[in-house]
Every structure is written in C-alpha cells, then in structure tokens.
Design a protein around this ligand. Structure first.
Ligand SMILES: NC(=O)c1ccc[n+]([C@@H]2O[C@H](COP(=O)([O-])OP(=O)(O)OC[C@H]3O[C@@H](n4cnc5c(N)ncnc54)[C@H](OP(=O)(O)O)[C@@H]3O)[C@@H](O)[C@H]2O)c1
Length: 325
C-alpha cells in the first residue's frame, strides 16, 4: 500500500473557496517514470484561479489539483535530497504535500536562492523572458510598456525590461501598486484607474509611443494600447486578467505598422522543452548579477490555498503569493 498523501483538489468548477477540498490522494510514487518531490513551496499564478473557474484554455478532468510552479526536494532515486524548481503537469498540480514531475521539467536551483523567491522564478519570469526577447525582440534603448506592473507577470516584466536596457513605463491600479512599480525601478508609472495611460505614454515618448507593450490585462487596456504603440511596435498578448478578450482590428495594425504577438509560454513545454532549460540558465545568470529578484508579496500556509487564490481574483495581491507547507 502506498503512502498517505494529501492535496488540494477542485471537484467542480467555481470559486476556489467553494470547490476545493484537502483530500487524501493516490501516492505520486505510482507514476514510476517521474521524480517524486516533497513540496517545499508553491507559487500561485492567475491561471490557477482561472482553472478553478473553468475559464482557462486548459480544462483538466475533475477532480484536479492546481499549482504549476513548485520548489520541491527529490525524495527517491539518484537525485534524492536535491532541491529543484518544477512545473507539474495537470491534473496532478503542486498544491499538495508531494507531487510527481517529469524529469524534463525539473530545473536546478542554487543553494543561495531562498525558497519563496525560487518558487517565483518559473512561470512569470520564463513568460517574461520568452515574451520580451523571443516574441517581441525587445532591444536596449526601446520603450517597454508593462501593464499591471505590480502583479506577478508585470513585476517580472518590469525587472526583465530594465535588465535588457529598456526604458520601462508601468501601469498599475491604485497608489500602493504604483509605489510597488516605482520601487521595482520603472522609469514612469501610471495609475491607470485614474489617469489616461495613452496620454502619459505619448508624452513620455515625444508622441512616438511604446516599442513593446506587454499586456496581461486585455479588454480596454489592449484597445487603448493600440493607440500608443510605436511605428513597428509589438503588442504582446500575455493574458486577460481584466476578463474581456479584445479584438485586434487588422486594418489598424496595417495603417500603424505594428504587430500583435501572441504568447503562450506553456506550449514551449511540449514544442521546445530545451528552451525552458536555456531560459532558466539565463534567468539564474540575471539573478546572480542582481538584475532580477522575484517580488514576493505574501507567504502563506498551504492550508490557505483557496482564500489565497480568491485574493488574486480581487486584485488583492502584489508580486507573487507563495504557499508554504
Ligand atoms: N501567456 C502566458 O503564457 C501567461 C503566463 C502566465 C500568466 N499569464 C496570464 O497573465 C495574467 C496575469 O497573471 P498573474 O499571475 O500575474 O496575475 P496577478 O499577479 O494576479 O496579476 C494580475 C493583475 O492584473 C490586474 N487586473 C486588471 N483587471 C483585473 C481583474 N478584473 N481581476 C484581477 N486582476 C486584474 C491587477 O493589477 P492592477 O490592480 O494593477 O490592475 C492584477 O494585479 C493572467 O491573465 C494570466 O492568465 C499568461
């Protein structure tokens, strides 16, 4: 008989506090071809919330365990005792005591990276690196506009943009989040709940607009971004935290000579797994040089998973929320 292991599981689609329970689950060691990890930290991501609500592009079978970003200690085999960063595949996510992960998605960690920060170095930073460098070809000296700059995805993009030598304009909702973006080093910050970011971007760029727009909010924010993107600019479609998926009129892209660039980082796991390892090495190098430093807005017990996920939906978090056993 296998060991008794517990995990948060989503049993029906809805709000996390209504649909998640802390269950006994099968021993992850049953997945013989995978590494079994003791979960040491789980970083939450907005997609975890969307998965609970049934609003994410992936629809795992019920019941499933969310959590795609974990730091864990390898429990068996030649790598036993090694602390690693991993992205478990659904439906067996990381909001659990133990998780099984394919070795291809296990990344090494240096000893001096604190556990909570390490947990925040995977999804948002990989997305930022691939989005800014590979998809948008961001160049030093260009202007980067990062929406929701105080959030998980946004805070990583601000740091990566600055590390790339870009001038960074950030938007955020409310004075506290504006201050978070300033503290991260953004050159210009706009409270987009009360100010028109289009005017601020045009003013800050002498009318030229932003060369790259990194948009994880969508809806009206995407619509307005089209009005302040530069000639030959690139709008990276990262997410729809605002809840509405905007349409991109192709005539507007034509007359202004800009590109709308889609980004789904998770697809690289199947299409180009090697890129994930190369990106991780680049990120560790930036960490080592002090150029990136994951912003951990809250460290909470794993038992708080449902309420912590609800806070993401209420715009009630900054940076990453990390859950610890
Ligand atoms: N493309 C990819 O590969 C990829 C990878 C990871 C994440 N994503 C997507 O990126 C987005 C952000 O993820 P995240 O983990 O950074 O989330 P997060 O930390 O919760 O940040 C999201 C931010 O969006 C802003 N926002 C605007 N309208 C909102 C609303 N109605 N509800 C909630 N937030 C709203 C909030 O900032 P303000 O209060 O400042 O407006 C919030 O802090 C999500 O849509 C996620 O699915 C995409």
């Amino acid at each position: 008989m296998g060991v008794r292991v517990r995990a948060w599981r989503v049993h029906a689609l809805g709000e996390p506090q209504d649909v998640m329970t802390w269950d006994d689950v099968p021993d992850p060691a049953e997945h013989a071809d995978m590494l079994r990890l003791r979960v040491d930290a789980v970083a939450l991501n907005f997609p975890d919330l969307l998965l609970c609500r049934g609003l994410y592009q992936e629809k795992p079978p019920l019941p499933f365990t969310p959590g795609v970003e974990v730091v864990g200690t390898v429990l068996d085999g030649p790598r036993a005792g090694e602390r690693v960063l991993a992205s478990p595949a659904l439906p067996h996510g990381g909001l659990a005591e133990q998780v099984a992960v394919a070795e291809a998605f296990v990344l090494p960690l240096p000893d001096d990276l604190p556990v909570a920060k390490a947990a925040g170095l995977l999804v948002t930073y990989q997305t930022g690196w691939v989005g800014l460098h590979r998809r948008a070809q961001l160049q030093a000296g260009e202007t980067l506009l990062v929406h929701a700059g105080a959030g998980g995805v946004g805070s990583a993009a601000i740091q990566l943009g600055l590390a790339a030598g870009a001038r960074v304009i950030a938007t955020a909702g409310g004075p506290d989040k504006v201050q978070v973006c300033r503290d991260l080093g953004a050159d210009v910050v706009v409270d987009y709940l009360v100010e028109d970011f289009v005017a601020v971007v045009k003013d800050a760029t002498e009318g030229r607009g932003a060369d790259v727009v990194y948009d994880s909010v969508g809806g009206d924010v995407f619509d307005k971004s089209r009005r302040c993107v530069a000639f030959e600019g690139r709008i990276v479609v990262v997410g729809f935290a605002g809840g509405r998926i905007a349409d991109a009129p192709t005539n507007h892209a034509l007359v202004k000579n800009y590109s709308v660039v889609g980004l789904h980082w998770g697809l690289y796991r199947t299409h180009q797994p090697q890129l994930i390892h190369e990106t991780h090495a680049a990120l560790l190098e930036l960490w080592g040089r002090g150029l990136i430093d994951p912003l951990i807005g809250a460290e909470l017990p794993l038992s708080d998973a449902p309420s912590a996920l609800a806070r993401l939906g209420d715009r009630g978090t900054v940076g990453k929320v990390v859950l610890l056993p």
